[in-house]
Structure formats: C-alpha cells, structure tokens
Design a protein around this ligand. Structure first.
Ligand SMILES: [Zn+2]
Length: 439
C-alpha cells in the first residue's frame, strides 16, 4: 500500500480502551482513514507525503461539544452582563438585524479557522443558516455537526408539521458526499420552545435517528420558571416529552438535582456538555460534575460561542474545568488529567454516537489528528503527557492539524484559508455592527 500521509516518529496518545501511549511510533493514513500504527523503523513503507513528528505528541483532534460558530463578530461586544440582559438587549436584536447567509458564512470561516488553530477537529454547533455554516466549515476543513436553533415561544400551531425534519433530511441528502458535514436537531431550550415543539423534535429524532442538541438548566431562573409553568424540574419535563428516549447533547447542565441525574443515568442517551468558562463569565453557576461522574453520566466539554466565552481554546477550558471542580470539592485528586482529557476526545465521540470512528487514534478510525510540538519551553520536561495537555500547554503548541486525512494546518499555517483576509473582514463587520447598534 502507498500511504497518503505518514506521521513519522513521536508519542501517540491513543485514547483507546487501554489508554495506550505509544512512543516512537508512526501513523499511516490513506483515504482519510488511519490504516496503520507501527513502531518507527519496524517496516518499510511508501508514502506520498511525510510529516516529521519527532519530539511531538500526536493526539486525537479535539471535539468541541457546544458552539455557536457564527457569533465571532460579537466577541467582546457586550461583556460583564447577566445572561438575560446580554441575550435580550444585545445578542438577539443584533441577530435579528444582521443574520444573513453571507454574514454567517464569513463569521463561521473565521471561527472554524480559529478552532483548527486551537487543535479542534470537530465541533457540535447550533445557530441559523445551516448551508452557510456547512460551506464555511468545508472550506476551512473542519468537521461539524450543524443544527438550526428552533426558537418558538408560542404554542405551536403550524410548526409540528415535521418541516424541520424534512429540512434536515434534505440537507443530509445535499451534503451526503461531504464526510465533514452532519446535521442534528436543536430545540434551543425549554424556555425558548413550546412543549409541542419539544415533543415533535423528540419524535422526529427518534423516527430518523437524528441527534438532539439543546441548552439545559443553564440558570436557576430557568429551573424556577419550569417548576412554575410545568410543575416539574427541567429533566422531568424533558422526560415527559420523550427527549430522554433519544440520543441528546445537553449544553451546560448546571442546575440539575439528584433525581434528574438518575433519570439521565437510567436512559444513558443524554450527555452533558459542560461550558465552564461561559458559565463562569455569566455567573450562571457550576455543574455537579462529581455527582454526574458517580452516576455514570457521560461528560464532555464545549466552548459555547465567543460572544460569551470569549475564546475557543478548548484545552484551557479543560484546565479551568478540572481545577475548578477540584477546588469546589476540596479534592485535588478529583478529575485527574487523563480522565479530564477524555472529555474532549473519546467521551465527546460517544456523546455524538460516533465512537467507532472518532475520538481516539486507532487503526480503522477516521484520521482526525492534532500534532503538538514539544519544542517549547513551557512544554518541557514531560513526565506525564496528560498532565502537559491539561495543565501546561496553550493552543500555540498545536503545530499541525489533519482532519479526515487532509492537512488543514501545517507549522501553524492554515492551508485552506487566507488568514489576513479573515482578519480584514472582522474589522469591516465590526464597523457594520457598531452602526447597527446606533440605529
Ligand atoms: Zn449555547
């Protein structure tokens, strides 16, 4: 066999079931798939392209489980505000004025490129204008699970006609030959959707095997309102509507009590995407991570959008998450680095139901790979690579990125986009947004 690419030498953090770490190994890639992992010098091979990965860690591409890619141009626009004011006074009115396919495409090309520079190979996104997001991510080379946020406060009259289900089926057909693109169903939240809409989503998801992506229990107020309106806590309400019977990703999951955790644990179909930095910045609170782990609930991590985070550095997010929960539980042994690293790799793949293809470096899996250079002062010495990944490195150590077997970043240079053009566009959009606010 002639490989397309061989990563030659280096330490592979496989994240496989045995948590193997393979030193001085090579990875042979062909047609987007990892075809071989072998000790350096053990066999001769032919390859079209070679990447020297000596003195590097080779890790699975990181998976971001909750994002809003097109919010790029709102970064830093309105900080230091409570969630409801931030949403109602700034974000929603601006979105109503500005969100058009070209805006979404440009903003997504920016954030997809930024994610790749942060070592992210896959993101699970929720926004509007799904075609624009698909096209921009394809251009950058980022794998994406796309959904359109369904917002519907009125009792649904004409909505549950499965139009959204049809739309997703059409989009899946349109992009069926693009391995980077997939679609999910996203009722925004229990407070932004009617119970009819939520119920319909559960039915569509079940009948068509589509993943659900929603916000859940992000604020105390959300729980109080749910109790007032439905006489139930949020997870109980979702159970009643059938949303625990389908594979779901619940972003935030902060204000969830023990009974609700048991409901989630029982069905084993829902995963929590923790969004620590967004939650810290908006003072929304902290999820009961320790209890979630005790109940066996699958945990992963999301950056949320840059309007609330304000960055897409998933490894820093992980570092903050691990340290925060150690402190909250007064237990430094909680969430050790190896366990934490699974949040952004194999646990995330499980949450997506794609653990046979993504989330670890093994023969037969898709070649989504990040190469981390150790040639930086802050990355030396290495006693424990997980410790380095979670507590020490910054995204600047992400040297190369391969997604679906294609090199999308090499030596920190993005291969598919013009970074300067993206920076210039951001300046133009800033002017446009400032004018929109004044009007
Ligand atoms: Zn969100």
């Amino acid at each position: 066999m002639i490989f397309d690419i061989v990563l030659e030498g280096g330490t592979i953090i496989t994240m496989d079931a045995q948590s193997q770490i393979l030193e001085n190994h090579c990875i042979g890639i062909k047609e987007g798939i990892i075809h071989a992992i072998f000790p350096e010098g053990s066999s001769s091979y032919e390859t079209k392209q070679k990447i020297d990965t000596h003195n590097c860690l080779i890790i699975p591409g990181l998976i971001n489980m909750h994002s809003h890619l097109p919010m790029t141009y709102f970064r830093g626009l309105a900080d230091d505000l409570p969630l409801n004011i931030w949403l109602q006074k700034y974000i929603w009115p601006l979105e109503a004025k500005l969100i058009k396919p070209q805006f979404v495409y440009d903003a997504t090309l920016h954030s997809a490129s930024e994610m790749i520079k942060n070592g992210i190979s896959t993101t699970n996104d929720m926004y509007f204008c799904m075609n624009s997001i698909a096209d921009a991510c394809s251009q950058a080379g980022l794998r994406v699970f796309i959904s359109e946020a369904l917002i519907d406060n009125e009792p649904a009259k004409d909505n549950p006609d499965n139009s959204i289900g049809r739309k997703i089926a059409e989009l899946k057909e349109e992009y069926k030959n693009n391995p980077l693109i997939d679609f999910t169903l996203a009722p925004h939240s229990i407070y932004a959707c009617s119970s009819e809409t939520l119920k319909t989503c559960a039915e569509i998801a079940k009948n068509n095997n589509i993943l659900i992506h929603t916000h859940l229990a992000e604020t105390r107020e959300e729980v109080e309102n749910c109790l007032k309106m439905h006489k139930k806590r949020p997870v109980e309400y979702l159970q009643e509507l059938g949303l625990l019977d389908v594979r779901s990703i619940f972003a935030h999951g902060i204000w969830i009590d023990e009974r609700e955790m048991e409901l989630l644990a029982e069905k084993k179909l829902g995963s929590i995407a923790i969004c620590t930095e967004s939650n810290l910045k908006l003072s929304s609170g902290f999820g009961p991570v320790k209890k979630y782990q005790e109940k066996g609930i699958n945990l992963c991590l999301g950056t949320d959008g840059v309007a609330s985070n304000n960055n897409l550095d998933l490894l820093t997010e992980l570092s903050v998450t691990a340290k925060l929960h150690k402190a909250l539980n007064n237990d430094p042994s909680m969430l050790p680095a190896k366990e934490a690293f699974a949040f952004v790799t194999i646990n995330a793949a499980k949450a997506l139901g794609r653990e046979k293809e993504l989330g670890s470096l093994e023969k037969g899996k898709i070649a989504d790979i990040a190469v981390v250079t150790l040639q930086e002062l802050e990355n030396s010495p290495v006693y424990n690579p997980y410790s380095l990944l979670v507590y020490a490195i910054t995204s600047h150590s992400m040297r190369d990125m391969i997604i679906q077997g294609k090199i999308v970043m090499h030596n920190r240079q993005l291969c598919n986009v013009d970074e300067q053009r993206i920076l210039d566009k951001a300046k133009d959009y800033k002017e446009m947004i400032l004018q929109a606010i004044e009007k």
